[in-house]
Design a protein around this ligand. Structure first.
Ligand code: MG
Ligand code: MG
Length: 256
């Protein structure tokens, strides 16, 4: 039997600090989104992220994470790369690419984490739709974050939107509870059966992060031990927010 730990319950004061961390992440997103253009390197986007963290007195929960220690404050994943792309001046964005940016911030010990996927210049309609459906699946997952619902309701909502649009949902990478660590138990899968899993409560704070693909959901990790790419080379999109369950329903903390 699988045990799924119940997500921690945060006080309103703790959520207020997480909201500040979330706003820093939103500011990173806005600055990076503005800079995304043909000819820009993902290393330049990482430096923009560092500037935003510094001017807010915030620190990165990505830099130094894991093994080998992650070298950036953002993940920048281009085209068939799903997540965990290492930012570098060797990767120059080109017209027709898409890039997924995932980043986070720590403020007073509390974490925020969010991701978006953006087109670089002009991309085919099919690719724009991939991005839009990924965002819609995130929105559906957030809507399921209601006191008394269960974790399986979130994954079921994400999956329903993706499958209805004929897109694949990457397996093996999930959302997560978040608080004084970026990745807290339990994981929040992007697949699920309604009415199953741990019960959701007011005060839970979760990062929901669908990863959708045009082709097969199978992935592999490159030799840098970070970059996750689709096995079939078809393109992928990623969207994520950090969300609190409040008495009034879900509140996205990683918005401006
Ligand atoms: Mg993230
Ligand atoms: Mg996350």
């Amino acid at each position: 039997m699988l045990f799924s730990r119940t997500p921690a319950v945060r006080s309103a004061d703790q959520i207020a600090v997480m909201r500040r961390a979330g706003r820093v992440v939103a500011e990173m997103h806005a600055a990076i989104r503005e800079a995304i253009a043909p000819g820009v390197t993902t290393g330049e986007l990482d430096r923009i992220g560092r500037e935003v963290l510094a001017r807010n007195g915030a620190t990165s929960n990505f830099l130094g994470y894991g093994h080998p220690p992650f070298p950036g404050v953002i993940c920048a994943s281009v085209n068939d790369m799903v997540v965990h792309g290492v930012p570098t001046d060797d990767v120059v964005l080109a017209d027709g690419d898409i890039v997924s940016i995932d980043c986070g911030a720590i403020v007073d010990g509390w974490h925020g984490d969010a991701a978006f996927t953006a087109p670089v210049g002009t991309v085919p309609a099919e690719v724009l739709r991939l991005i839009e459906v990924t965002e819609a699946s995130l929105a559906a997952g957030i809507e399921a974050m209601v006191d008394g619902n269960r974790i399986g309701d979130i994954g079921a909502a994400v999956e329903r939107v993706a499958l209805k649009a004929g897109l694949g949902v990457v397996e093996g990478y999930t959302g997560h509870a978040i608080g004084q660590a970026m990745h807290e138990a339990p994981n929040i899968p992007n697949q699920g059966t309604p009415g199953t899993g741990a019960k959701l409560r007011v005060g839970n704070v979760l990062a929901i992060e669908p990863m959708l693909v045009l082709g097969s959901p199978e992935t592999m990790v490159l030799d840098d031990d970070w970059s996750v790419v689709t096995a079939d080379g078809r393109w992928a999109a990623h969207a994520e927010h950090t969300i609190a369950i409040t008495p009034d329903g879900p509140e996205i903390l990683t918005l401006p």
